[in-house]
Design a binder for this molecule. Structure first.
Ligand SMILES: [Cu+2]
Length: 380
């Protein structure tokens, strides 16, 4: 979880988000057989991602100059315990931040990107999930989830080729499945009152305004109610979702904003009437937006496995509340559809998914101009 991210902008503290967390995650399997057809682990609401966080080890989980946080946490019986070194914070180099070679002047300027990494790793049964929040010098915030561990498998008759699974070892197959996360993003872009727009690059029709048929625009569509704000990704249109504060302007008079830039992500493949489809309805959309309510924290409800379905986001949004001039909360479903490979056995190399939050007019220009050169000869 990230709590209260602010930027010190020339001495003025400007908030970006109030709180960001993983509200839920679910792992539905695509094999209808008796071993896997019923499986749909809710790894947050059923198992407890935070409760299952590992104690991290210097030189193994994190490298370099590390600060660890011990984490006090509640157990299931109302007691308390302390997880030692549950969260790791460190800085790391991330390649170039910006560069330009001035061909006329013969000068070069290069600055290195550094990011602050805040990470924890949870072991949920057979799988490991690493959660890495990155804070960059240009104002970008990223969540990267690293998936590894041991796949759930089934024994098969040697020589069989199962339809819903990959043979990963002699007599052993791993079924297709999904890992779908839902991030709860309570953005406060320069204040609590925000608005959300869907931004698509849209091709214009040929005509007098488009004589060479090259024209396209970044089209902004306001999402004014909960029903309007149930959306899917669209990489062909570079779709993103822009959260602006209509009451705060940059030096160009534009409302200050941050955009949610999704990655290449699926939605839930199980049907809407399946047991998991009824309980994990949040995963049928990549975006939901709600007005802030402190009691709305779990997008599949507080008890996803015991519910008959319909709890969480589908119930909260059924009254179609207004999102105009509201303290908005974005719910972003992302993840991977895992078609197992032989290389994923016996332990799966890390696979990645996640999203970015990127400033869009939040600053008056490139906020990373004041980054000093890492070495004297990186600046002319
Ligand atoms: Cu998997």
């Amino acid at each position: 979880m990230l709590n209260t991210v602010t930027y010190d902008d020339g001495g003025r503290s400007r908030r970006v988000l109030h709180r960001a967390s993983i509200g839920e995650m679910v792992v539905p399997y695509g094999d209808p057989g008796p071993l896997h057809g019923w499986k749909n682990a809710f790894d947050a609401g059923e198992w407890g991602l935070g409760r299952l966080a590992d104690s991290l080890t210097l030189g193994c989980d994190c490298l370099g100059a590390i600060h660890y946080f011990d984490v006090p946490m509640a157990d299931e019986r109302g007691g308390a315990r302390v997880l030692e070194r549950g969260i790791c914070v460190h800085e790391e180099d991330y390649g170039i931040l910006w560069k330009h070679v001035d061909m006329q002047a013969g000068t070069t300027e290069v600055r290195r990107s550094r990011r602050l990494v805040i990470s924890s790793i949870s072991t949920v049964g057979n799988y490991e999930y690493g959660f890495y929040w990155y804070l960059y010098l240009d104002g970008t915030i990223q969540l990267e989830v690293k998936l590894t561990g041991i796949m759930s498998t089934m024994g098969i008759v040697p020589g069989d080729q199962p339809r819903h699974a990959t043979v990963v070892a002699p007599g052993l197959a791993a079924p297709v499945h999904q890992h779908l996360f839902c991030a709860r993003l309570d953005l406060d872009v320069d204040g609590e009152t925000n608005e959300v727009y869907e931004v698509d690059t849209t091709v214009l029709a040929p005509g007098p305004d488009n004589p060479w048929t090259n024209a396209f625009v970044a089209q902004q569509t306001p999402l004014r109610s909960e029903r309007e704000a149930q959306r899917l990704v669209d990489p062909g249109r570079s779709r993103s979702w822009l959260v602006v504060n209509p009451h705060a302007r940059n030096r160009l008079g534009q409302p200050v904003g941050y955009r949610l830039r999704p990655g290449a992500t699926p939605t839930l493949l199980a049907g809407p009437d399946s047991p998991v489809g009824r309980r994990a309805t949040f995963a049928t959309r990549n975006l939901w937006v709600t007005p802030y309510d402190p009691d709305e924290r779990r997008p599949a409800g507080d008890h996803p496995n015991q519910s008959q379905g319909g709890d969480g986001l589908p119930r909260w949004t059924s009254t179609n509340r207004s999102l105009v001039d509201a303290d908005v909360v974005l719910w972003h479903t992302f993840g991977i559809t895992h078609v197992p490979r032989p290389e994923d056995w016996p332990v799966t190399p890390v696979e990645y998914c996640g999203f970015h939050l990127v400033p869009f007019g939040f600053f008056d220009g490139n906020p990373a101009l004041d980054v000093p050169p890492s070495e004297a000869h990186c600046t002319s």
